[in-house]
Design a binder for this molecule. Sequence first.
Ligand code: 6PG
Length: 471
Amino acid sequence: MSDNVFDFGMIGLGVMGRNLLLNMADHGFSVIGFDKDVAKNSALEASATPGTTVKGVPDLAQMVQLLQRPRKVMMLVPAGQPVDDVIASLLPLLEKGDVVIDGGNSHYTDTLRRVKYLREKEIHFMGIGVSGGEQGARTGPSIMPGGDQAAYQLVQPMLEAIAAKVNGDPCVAYLGKEGAGHYVKMVHNGIEYAIMQLISESYAILKHGGLSNQELHEVFKSWNEGKLQSFLVEITADIFLQKDDKSDAHLVDVISDKAGSKGTGKWTSQDSMELPVAVPVIDTAVAMRTLSGYKDERVKAAALYKNEDEVSSVSKEELIQQVHDALYLATILSYAQGLAMLYQASNDLSMDIPLPEVVSVWRGGCIIRSSLLEVFTKAYKETPVLSNILLNQDVASLVKSVESNARSLVAFAAKSGITAAGFMSSLAYFDAYRSERMPTNLIQAQRDYFGAHTYQRIDIPGTFHTEWGQQ
Ligand code: 6PG
């Protein structure tokens, strides 16, 4: 094979890197991957579709040498120092105008720093969020690119070819400047945490209501055929059927309740507080994963605070409907909070994130894909600049249609002592957001009372301070 022939290079041939390359090759691009581990190079070549051009090499310089100019190289390595290490080893091998892409879950501030550093060297650096897991990478992920427009245009044909398609539209679009791609992916993951938490609460309540794993499977399966249709509901239905291969149990029943996390949900919460913007369902989801790790304390507390098991006064069918409606409402509110965060970050951090494109890209391939994203896509078509999706009329109608049942469900969960923090938090957010007047005037009075922090009045403009209690 002659020099300078490959269209695209990949650094890191773990399953994600390998699958993305194979996906690209299936769409007619010639691809080359680098991994120090020769077994991974062989695995890449062995799994290529016959007739496609796929090569794996154990030498980075060789891979770079074999790429067409300007070079397009993606890395899929763990976030943090490994990304900087790859950049350091790549730099001496690159030329002006080459495009380097970080396709991992990097923190957007790291991406911002790297964009600036490489811009000085006239090399484009793009942070691209890729969602959909291993299978998505192979068959069509959702892709969230940020960076220079000019660099995006160079990789756009490849990204559009490999992305998931919804009604023929590729689930990829330019999503803003500098760290925007990784910012959008971070918030995607925050929403992912929230919805997963809400589904786990639905499971807890339905299990308390006496549903077997088989019944849970059927309920989630039927929900996935209705307005709760989503990837996460779909896989949840499957999970309840899975038998354990080490015991007679269903696998879900023998899995430890300590939840892991790699940090993107926490980043979303942390960054929301920096902006600030309120994303309490995401915060709650992060907190519940943390609390799940306190197993020993929870076991002691469970013995100390025995639960008076409240039995639902409604029928099984009604309970299932209430959980359905609460999950629907809280899922809408999770998206609403994440999108409100993107709206504010786009302005405050000057990233120019186009929300209509974000929801469109999320419609297929990613972990939070759901039929609701079609509703949001329509809403942003009507109003491209929307500070909160809850202000859209169609979304408001959907919310109102399930509100009453969601309230009944939250009341039942509170009475029966079932942890439903995500549901409760979503309702609390909703009630605050739709309050014309919150009770925070009292907080202002208290702040002024003890700290002379001043307050504004509703009737006279200006800033006021009162010597409280002196009348
Ligand atoms: C995706 C996922 C993916 C990964 C999460 C898991 O969009 O494909 O979000 O990026 O599965 O990072 O995150 P936790 O380990 O923190 O749950």
